[in-house]
Design a protein around this ligand. Sequence first.
Ligand SMILES: O=C(O)CCC(=O)C(=O)O
Length: 209
Amino acid sequence: MSQDLFASGPEWLLDNQLLLIKDFLSSDEATQLQRMLTETMPWKQETLTIYGKEHPIPRLQAWMGDDNIQYRYSGKTFQAERWSGQLKTLADKLSTVAATRFNSVLLNLYRDGNDAMGWHSDDEPELGPAPVIASLSLGAERDFAVRRRGSSRQHAVISLPHGSLLIMQAGMQRQWQHSVPRRKAISDSRINLTFRQIFTDKTLPESGT
Ligand SMILES: O=C(O)CCC(=O)C(=O)O
């Protein structure tokens, strides 16, 4: 992990499973990026099938990456759209920061505090056995809650400000779940980008590496 690229104060949290860099982007850079993404991304409200019934998820999503990147999530296959030059440049920069090779990004648009994300770990097989995920937050400051896998008790809440970068380290998804709880008092929107390395059957590393 290269830390000398940061302007100031990265914080290690949760037994070093999370690295938070609050000022990864300046406020102006973050605002500009949020505006550009709000206007140009192919936002969609996906649905999840629960007990045979389709439910719209409480947020909008877009999925961008290298050619032929596919991701299975909740029984569905999503094909990444080819990313713009600006997102690819950002992915390359974050790959250097996180010492990995991000080939895709999942974008979530939380329209206001009624939009949310439930408890989960990012542990789909395509992410490999020990995924490192870089999560960039733009817009309304929202809580990121964590709990141990197998426990229903919330362990910690980390507030993610405009322009912040949170890097989930390799052991995080095995041990912890995370969520973005509803916050009804928040009326502003937020975009979160999670940069991921998606493996194909051919590039998947062995379990335990
Ligand atoms: O919006 C966030 O901060 C978290 C997003 C997330 O958990 C995910 O994309 O898996």
